[in-house]
Design a protein around this ligand. Structure first.
Ligand code: VGL
Ligand code: ZN
Length: 203
């Protein structure tokens, strides 16, 4: 069985939000249209406490998009975004969430970021998504959502490493940086991830 994993389609990641992906809203109708092909749909939700150390605002003297080291890991500092229970953390109202069987939240530990829907960036803690998918009989995952060069890519790479047959659907994801995504996509393909338009990938 194939699951559609919809990553972080939240108000803060679309134009008008606090960490907007350029044209990020354009993928929403595509995601809504393809959902019905999948027997299982699951959502991830970026969900940070206000004191999260991925926020530049929690590093005096630092600005968004600078890089720092956090607990031995390289960390991009972001504008405050997806603060838990805030409006910006909610799913974009244009996303059809009625078919979602589960929501996996990530990024709650203030000390470590969590791009992937499976693990935190230090790979110390699991979200439970892998075990849940396996329990549902899933062997293949198709990953869509925001942002292609961060949470979508990290989720897809982990899915492949965890043994799922994995594809990223390029017409249903959008990158913070389109040029970075070219490089990221090459890395994903090396991990065995199919990176293709949704009409070229069977479910
Ligand atoms: C994301 C940066 C910080 C994402 C989440 O969903 O791609 N990017 N937090
Ligand atoms: Zn985040």
């Amino acid at each position: 069985m194939t699951a559609l994993v919809i990553v972080d389609v939240q108000r803060d990641f679309v134009p008008g939000g606090r960490l907007p992906v350029p044209r990020g809203d354009e993928i929403i109708p595509v995601i809504n249209r393809i959902q019905s092909r999948y027997p299982l749909v699951v959502l991830t939700q970026d969900w940070h406490p206000p004191n999260h150390l991925s926020f530049a605002s929690n590093h005096p003297g630092r600005k968004p998009f600078e890089k720092v080291e956090l607990d031995g890991l390289e960390q991009v500092l972001w504008p405050d975004h997806c603060v838990w229970n805030s409006e910006g953390a909610s799913f974009d109202p244009r996303l059809d969430t009625a078919r979602a069987a589960a929501i996996f939240r990530k990024g709650m530990d203030p000390r470590v970021d969590s791009y992937s829907g499976f693990f935190d960036n230090g790979r110390r803690h699991r979200t439970g998504l892998a075990e849940w998918l396996r329990g549902m009989g899933v062997r293949r995952v198709h990953v869509v959502g925001l942002a292609a060069d961060y949470c979508v890519a990290w989720t897809a790479r982990d899915a492949a490493e965890l043994g799922f047959e994995t594809a990223v659907l390029t017409d249903a994801t959008m990158a913070l940086s389109a040029s970075d995504f070219e490089r990221v996509a090459a890395g994903l393909r090396q991990c065995g991830v199919v990176v293709e338009r949704s009409d070229r990938v069977g479910i």
